[in-house]
Design a protein around this ligand. Structure first.
Ligand SMILES: N[C@@H](CCC(=O)N[C@@H](CS)C(=O)NCC(=O)O)C(=O)O
Length: 209
C-alpha cells in the first residue's frame, strides 16, 4: 500500500499509525500548492478533494479522510484501538471530533487573515484542546494504551506548538510523552521534521510562565 502525504500535515497521523501497526507501506509526497506528487502525478486525479492523507491499497482501491484511514489501520491492528464492547464507537467518536472540530478550527491560522482573525482561531483551538486535555486518562486518550487517536492529536499538537497556542501542563506532558515513542521519532525523521521536544515554547504554557 502507499500513503500520500505532505510533510507535517495531518497525514503524519497515518504514518505514525502504520508504523505502530507494523504495516509496510510506501510513501509519496504531495505538494499541497501544486497538487503534483513527487513522482510527477496529478494528485487531483487520485484524490479529487486534493487533501492528504490518502491510502492506496494494492488492489487499486483508495481510502481518503483521516477518520477512515485511521479506522482502516485499526481494522488491521486492533491493538491500536481502545477495545471493549463500545471501543469502535468510542474511537469513531473521538476521531470524528478531532477531524470535524479541532482540525477545522486550525484552518484560519493558514488563511491570509488579519491578526484578529488568527488570534480568535488560536483561542478557539486552545479551548478545544482544554476539552480534549480533560480526556487524557493515565497516559493517553484511552488510558494506558496508545491508539490512532493519539497519533491524530499529536499531529495537531505540533501545529499548536508552532503557532504558540496555549495548552495545559497536562497536554504539554502528553505531547512530550507521545513524541518519545520510537514510531513517532521515526515518522518525524522520515518527513524531515524536527523533534518537537527540542522546540517547545514553554512561554506559551500559562502554568509555567
Ligand atoms: N477532511 C479531510 C481534511 C484533510 C486536510 O485538511 N488535509 C490537509 C493537510 S492537514 C490538506 O491536504 N490540505 C491541502 C489543501 O487544503 O489543499 C480529512 O480529514 O482527511
Amino acid at each position: 500500500m502507499k500513503l500520500y502525504f505532505s510533510p507535517g500535515a495531518c497525514s503524519l497521523a497515518s504514518r505514525i499509525s502504520l508504523h505502530e501497526a507494523g504495516l509496510a507501506a510506501e510513501f509519496e509526497r504531495v505538494d499541497p500548492k501544486t497538487k503534483i506528487t513527487e513522482r510527477g502525478y496529478d494528485y487531483l486525479s487520485i484524490n479529487p478533494m486534493g487533501f492528504v492523507p490518502l491510502l492506496a491499497l494494492d488492489d487499486g482501491s483508495t481510502i481518503s479522510e483521516n477518520v477512515a484511514v485511521l479506522d482502516f489501520i485499526v481494522d488491521r491492528e486492533p491493538a491500536l484501538g481502545p477495545g471493549g464492547q463500545l471501543g469502535r464507537s468510542q474511537l469513531l467518536e473521538i476521531l470524528s471530533w478531532l477531524s470535524s472540530e479541532l482540525h477545522v478550527a486550525f484552518r484560519p491560522m493558514w488563511a491570509p487573515l488579519e491578526e484578529p482573525g488568527k488570534a480568535a482561531a488560536k483561542e478557539t483551538v486552545a479551548k478545544l484542546l482544554d476539552i480534549v486535555s480533560a480526556r487524557i486518562n493515565e497516559l493517553y486518550l484511552f488510558g494506558p494504551r496508545f491508539t490512532v487517536a493519539d497519533a491524530f492529536l499529536f499531529a495537531m499538537l505540533r501545529w499548536a506548538n508552532a503557532f504558540g497556542v496555549r495548552v495545559s501542563p497536562e497536554m504539554h506532558a502528553y505531547f512530550e510523552r507521545v513524541a518519545e515513542r520510537p514510531t513517532v521519532q521515526r515518522a518525524l525523521a522520515e518527513e524531515g521534521l524536527p523533534d518537537p521536544r527540542l522546540r517547545i515554547d514553554t512561554s506559551s504554557f500559562e502554568a509555567l510562565a
